[in-house]
Design a protein around this ligand. Structure first.
Ligand code: ZN
Length: 313
């Protein structure tokens, strides 16, 4: 399928069911996901091994853990590493779908959203009418944690920007920004793979994490070089950060906003989704400031002409 929607103004679901299976990054287990059309807006999760359980609509209030991936608590069960699949659905313009899952983790596939995009392309899309976008406060919304922050400013369309700043020379400082459309998502963001660092790998394996990580589903950075080149883009890491941002925003639906993430993380992204949904979230977001910027800090009021002259000794 190459005729992707031209923007995010219309609601779309899948035209038919499609299934993928593969290893989970953290568990190392083989998991399966069947994507199906939905008549209701939003993303709904059901269980292939327990089809009688009611489907659960995904939202930022379900976020249980944001260490290394975004994991959701769904009733008595847990579903980890949802971000690349949700990023693929939202990025391609699919605003409503059912996700039937076997296992507790979404398959990592090649570490990017591309295999999910190909699955969605095989299924095709069905128009579901006008799509309402989640409302943002009139003032910019800022959330920060450590040296990272996310900033969302209402706009007429969706612009995503991200900056990363790593001490490893192979990555260093990268910036990427685009006015997102489904076509641009497929071309510029979906193929960007997840990445990690050689020094973390042994540590994470020892902690029982990334059991399914391998050199064919994650880029591994070793200081000034990559263990498994070639990269798909010279700036593949920052593009992958945009994919993660998009996948986490999909929990609330794509806003009409310019969203900028500096040293973003799943914690920051999902805190922003929660702030947009105006839901209170405990756990992974505890301690994060999430508030509209006061008007006195908006750029309209901070100009050289209104700043007081510096005091002279
Ligand atoms: Zn990712």
């Amino acid at each position: 399928m190459t005729n992707w929607p031209s923007n995010y103004d219309t609601a779309w679901t899948l035209a038919s069911a499609i299934e993928r299976s593969g290893v989970g990054l953290h568990s190392g287990q083989i998991n399966r996901v069947r994507l199906q059309p939905s008549e209701r807006s939003g993303y709904w999760v059901g269980w292939l091994d327990a089809p009688a359980l009611p489907l659960i609509r995904l939202g930022p209030q379900l976020v249980a853990d944001t260490k290394l991936c975004t994991a959701l608590a769904l009733g008595q069960r847990r579903l980890a590493t949802v971000e690349h699949l949700l990023g693929a659905l939202a990025g391609c313009g699919v605003s409503q779908a059912e996700l039937w899952v076997e296992g507790e983790e979404v398959p990592l596939l090649d570490g990017s959203a591309l295999p999910w995009v190909e699955a969605i392309g095989e299924s095709g899309l069905r128009n579901c009418g006008v799509r309402p976008a989640p409302a943002l406060p009139a003032d910019p919304l800022l959330i920060h944690q450590g040296s990272g922050f996310v900033l969302a400013q209402p706009a007429n369309s969706l612009r995503l920007s991200a900056a990363v700043d790593y001490p490893q020379p192979a990555i260093g400082q990268q910036f990427f920004s685009l006015e997102l459309t489904p076509g641009l998502f497929v071309e510029a963001i979906a193929p960007a793979r997840t990445f990690g660092f050689r020094e973390q790998v042994d540590q994470l394996l020892a902690a029982g994490l990334i059991q399914g990580g391998a050199l064919d589903n994650a880029l591994v950075c070793d200081g000034d070089h990559w263990l498994n080149p070639p990269l798909r883009f010279a700036d593949e890491p920052v593009r992958h950060k945009l994919l993660d941002l998009l996948g986490d925003l999909a929990l609330v639906g794509l806003p009409r906003a310019h969203v900028f993430a500096y040293r973003g993380s799943h914690g920051l992204h999902t805190a922003l989704a929660a702030a947009i949904a105006t839901v209170q979230v405990d756990g992974p977001h505890a301690g994060m400031a999430a508030a509209p910027l006061p008007r006195t800090l908006s750029t309209a009021n901070v100009t050289t002409s209104t700043l007081p002259s510096p005091a002279r000794p």
